[in-house]
Design a protein around this ligand. Structure first.
Ligand code: DGY
Length: 325
């Protein structure tokens, strides 16, 4: 019997065709909807491998039923949706998709920063809604980006790629990270500062940190109060890093000037959410790595990782390096 792979979302055939010869592959059928929990559990009982999305919760319950599971390949660089220690305890490899999405996600982050600063979405809505009456001196006047200070919280690969883009705008670059990143300091001139200094000094506070127990809820009411009144907050990392009520209050009360958000505490966020009622919020639906080229590359990387693990080899990208111990 061929090993069985379950893919939790409908992916284009060409992304997974390489798996079909050697494995039995089945996919959840709806592109826009996550697999229901019961179906995921049912599939996990049979599967040797799961190809999962960041919207799937892969926890102890899944691993308990997944007696044959050898690998979970997550279509994302982030893996906060997976209980990695629970996988490690069972010798299951957890794979993610780093590197291949770095530039695409940095492009989107910078686009979001620019859209929020220059009020691009508001401007596009105004013209489409036929509300443009005449050229006027302060029509949709936003904030400059060039020669301002960007503060990047989380200087991993994507943070560094955002910093690189900022150099093209002659920005001063501050960053805060668990450890210093000498490469960005030397190559880009980014300056390491404390978190407090970063939030007080930056015109653009850009959150690129992964979600961990240390970063959950780190953007509190107090943090937003310490930002400049003209600051724009950008989050392209994970929603739960932010206290959304505190962010709402800061935006509604003018403690900060605006926000560009690609990620939310609960996804998908409802259109009735108070944050989405604010004009100074530019919101997009978690599309950081979503270019056709990059998403196809990510899917193929997941497929390769599954194939490698199932044939007893090392995957190309692994989260729990000690999975075999
Ligand atoms: C990831 O890969 O973790 C990103 O959030 C996808 O956009």
């Amino acid at each position: 019997m061929k090993p069985y792979i379950f893919i939790t979302r409908k992916l284009p055939d060409e992304a997974v065709e390489g798996l079909r010869g050697n494995y039995e592959v089945s996919m959840w059928v709806k592109e826009e909807m996550p697999v229901p929990r019961e179906r995921l559990l049912e599939e996990a009982t049979k599967a040797d491998a799961l190809l999962t999305m960041l919207s799937d919760r892969i926890d102890e319950e899944v691993f308990n039923v997944g007696k044959n599971l050898k690998v979970v390949a997550n279509l994302a660089v982030g893996f906060d949706n997976i209980d990695v220690p629970a996988a490690a305890r069972r010798g299951i490899a957890v794979c993610n998709t780093p590197d291949v999405l770095t530039d695409t996600t940095a492009d989107l982050t910078f686009a979001l920063l620019m859209a929020a600063a220059r009020r691009i979405v508001e401007a596009a809505d105004l013209i489409k809604e036929d509300k443009w009456k005449s050229w006027s001196p302060l029509l949709l006047a936003g904030q400059d980006i060039h020669h301002k200070t960007i503060g990047i919280v989380g200087m991993g690969k994507i943070g560094a790629a955002v910093a690189k883009r900022a150099t093209g705008f002659d920005m001063a670059i501050l960053y805060h990270n668990r450890s210093r990143n000498m490469e960005v300091e030397e190559a880009i001139g980014a300056q390491y500062v404390s978190f407090d200094e970063l939030i007080a000094e930056s015109d653009f506070v850009v959150c690129m940190t992964p979600l961990t127990e240390q970063t959950r809820g780190m953007f509190t009411r107090d943090v937003f109060r310490k930002m400049k009144k003209t600051a724009i907050f950008v989050n392209a990392a994970r929603g739960p890093v932010v206290d959304e009520e505190a962010l709402y209050d800061a935006l509604a009360e003018g403690e900060i000037a605006g926000a560009g958000l690609d990620v939310f505490d609960k996804e998908p966020i409802s259109a009735s959410h108070p944050l989405l009622k604010l004009k100074n919020v530019t919101a997009i639906p978690h599309i950081g790595s979503s270019s056709i080229e990059t998403r196809m590359t990510m899917m193929k990387l997941c497929a390769d990782n599954i194939s490698l693990v199932l044939s007893g080899k090392e995957p190309k990208t692994i989260v729990n390096k000690d999975w075999k111990n």
